[in-house]
Design a protein around this ligand. Structure first.
Ligand SMILES: Cc1cc2nc3c(=O)[nH]c(=O)nc-3n(C[C@H](O)[C@H](O)[C@H](O)COP(=O)(O)O)c2cc1C
Length: 198
């Protein structure tokens, strides 16, 4: 069982990174194989809407997104982590999501499974924001729910924490880090119970 974590913050060791690490530690403690991809270290060209994927469901741009398509296909659980930036996910995360347009074409125009196989997948969303405002996670969450739906990934829930701004501020909230750890464990527990059903 593979858990793929995708880190969307440009700030290494920041709040979402720390939460993502805890989720992955929780998953690993239940025997999962974990991998974290740091989007800010990669070259992911924004979708050019060139329609190069229309016939094949395969993006024609040659960059690090190739590796991410592979990793998504191999994963049983996908954890997206992004701080809120101007109400949305970060630019690297949005670029990665937009490049999944090729997989949208696969699914809705070519009638193929978007990730090439039908294994049951679940996804978790980690987000933090500096503000404390009503509905502040809704725009980012809407984007994440859409990409999960397109990729046939069941939304398993979110760790959405407001009022977290300075680098490392989440470290002063051990109860939230613990919640992240147990969420990682829960993601894997769900998989075991699914295996009994399939
Ligand atoms: C460009 C930029 C835009 C931001 N926009 C928002 C925002 O719209 N709402 C909010 O609550 N926080 C906003 N923030 C604050 C970050 O979400 C916050 O500092 C967060 O803790 C950063 O997480 P990280 O350490 O994982 O990068 C913004 C920060 C930056 C740099």
């Amino acid at each position: 069982m593979r858990v793929l974590g995708i880190a969307g913050s440009p700030r290494r060791g920041g709040n979402t990174d720390l939460l993502l690490n805890e989720v992955m530690r929780g998953a690993a403690s239940r025997g999962a194989e974990t991998k974290i991809i740091i989007l800010n270290d990669l070259k992911i060209t924004p979708c050019q809407h060139c329609d190069g994927c229309q016939e094949t469901g395969r993006c024609v741009i040659e960059d690090d997104m190739r590796m991410i398509y592979r990793e998504l296909k191999q994963a049983d659980r996908i954890v997206l982590a992004s701080p809120v930036q101007f109400m949305g996910v970060t630019a690297p995360m949005k670029a990665m999501i937009d490049r999944c347009q090729a997989l949208w074409v696969s699914k809705y125009q070519l009638n193929l499974p978007p990730l090439g196989n039908q294994r049951p997948r679940k996804g978790l969303f980690i987000a933090v924001g500096g503000q404390r405002a009503a509905n502040m996670f809704e725009p980012a969450l809407a984007t994440v729910k859409v990409i999960f739906r397109v990729l046939d990934i069941t939304y398993a829930g979110g760790l959405l924490f407001s009022g977290i701004d300075k680098k490392g501020a989440i470290s002063k909230r051990p109860e939230l880090l613990h919640q992240a750890f147990t969420s990682g464990q829960q993601l894997i527990t769900d998989l075991s119970s699914e295996k009994q059903n399939y």
